[in-house]
Write a protein of this length. Structure first.
Length: 186
């Protein structure tokens, strides 16, 4: 589904050839609808070989354990977003160390997810009671008994690697089946 009216001036949009691609463009001003995109950010906070996880209290993914995260805001730096999300969802103060993974998911709303390695600073895991209903640091062994989301398992594997500042590389053989994802990792 494409927009019919300009987001800037409200005039009718028309299909226009932009360098070989048909896009919806305004008939009255310079607005062009380039597409629908969203960007997610995720936190990998490791403390004594354990990774911070939260249990989702809402759909999608209700009941699954994931790493804390959320969508970026229009006017907020992404490293600030993830630090805020970790504090809000899990009650933990943590600071960003590096970007350790990227997920590319082209679809109706093209989503790009950026995962951060973060250093624990302070706080006890405390769920916000709204988005998540449980929070804690867990070892791989403990996660074996938990309902951990597939994508979170992939991130946890990176978080527990000793050399996750090496840089981003395509992951052509991810440890978890994740159809339709473009995966990059250190
Ligand atoms: Zn317009």
């Amino acid at each position: 589904m494409e927009p019919k009216f300009c987001l800037t001036c409200g005039s009718v949009l028309e299909k226009r050839d932009m360098d070989g691609t048909l896009r919806m463009a305004c008939t009255a001003c310079s607005f062009v609808h380039w597409g629908n995109y969203s960007v997610g950010v995720g936190a990998l906070v490791v403390k004594e070989e354990k990774v911070l996880l939260v249990r989702r209290a809402q759909e999608p993914g209700k009941g699954y354990w994931t790493n804390p995260g959320g969508y970026i805001e229009q006017q907020e730096l992404i490293h600030e977003t993830i630090q805020r999300e970790v504090k809000e969802e899990a009650g933990i103060d943590a600071v960003v160390r590096s970007v350790v993974a990227v997920r590319d998911q082209p679809r109706f709303i093209h989503n790009v997810y950026i995962a951060f390695s973060m250093d624990y600073v302070a706080g006890e895991p405390t769920p916000d009671g709204f988005e998540v209903d449980a929070a804690g640091f867990f070892s791989l062994e403990e996660m074996g008994e938990m309902n951990v989301a597939g994508f979170t398992k992939w991130l946890v594997n990176i978080a527990l690697e000793p050399q996750h500042s090496a840089g981003l590389k395509p992951d052509l053989e991810p440890i978890v089946q994740l159809d339709g994802y473009g995966l990059f990792r250190v």
